[in-house]
Design a protein around this ligand. Sequence first.
Ligand SMILES: O=C1O[C@H](COP(=O)(O)O)[C@@H](O)[C@H](O)[C@H]1O
Length: 238
Amino acid sequence: MSIHAVGLPPGIATHELADAEGLAAAMARQVADVLRAAIDTQGRATLVVSGGRSPVAFFERLAEQALDWQRVTIGLADERWVPLGHPDSNAGLVERHLLRGQAAQAQFVGLYRPAESLEAAAQLADAALAGLPQPIDVLVLGMGEDGHTASLFPGSPNLAAALDPACPRRCLPMLAPSVPHQRLTLSLPLLAAARLTLLQIQGGAKLATLRAALAGEDVLQMPIRAFLHSPLEVYWCP
Ligand SMILES: O=C1O[C@H](COP(=O)(O)O)[C@@H](O)[C@H](O)[C@H]1O
């Protein structure tokens, strides 16, 4: 199977790489180029990344890129409601694999906040997101086999609110079907305003998910559908 067989609409560029290392290196080069151009024109750049298992090699290749990292602010598309030291923490993943070497000079705006409830934590994260320069220059999304992206999970309370183009909140509490259930996600208006969005997926199962997403329209069933339009570029490897 190939990404070219999926039938992405015109305007969505695709990049098919031979393996995960090639994909990570190609993405890192493109992201660094776009961040460099943003620094040249605006004096600063904003990168928002996703967590999960997929982005480790990409983070490590990106951290090696020559960039004026002090002028880069890095945020997260979503977070598991666990402290930094927890193995499922997306902030922990970024800290271990991206904020290293010269890239440690970047500013990081994380989402996890200790609070008495997930809702209270989301409100604190929402306030902290005022410190993330917007619009986002580069957004890197992943996708689950259920069609979720960021922590926009099918069936979660708050999903309709988070996917509302007029959602007034930057961050909302969400519930995932997998452990850890309690999540925080950026809402659609903040994510969709990104100047460039890259979707990183690997393997035949995720290609089949992408094909299913393209065959329908209900964003509540498959939230990735809200992002399947320009400016999007899809990176895939078997
Ligand atoms: O739970 C999550 O899942 C998606 C996909 O993760 P992957 O490891 O299968 O690529 C990810 O994009 C999201 O940020 C994460 O919290």
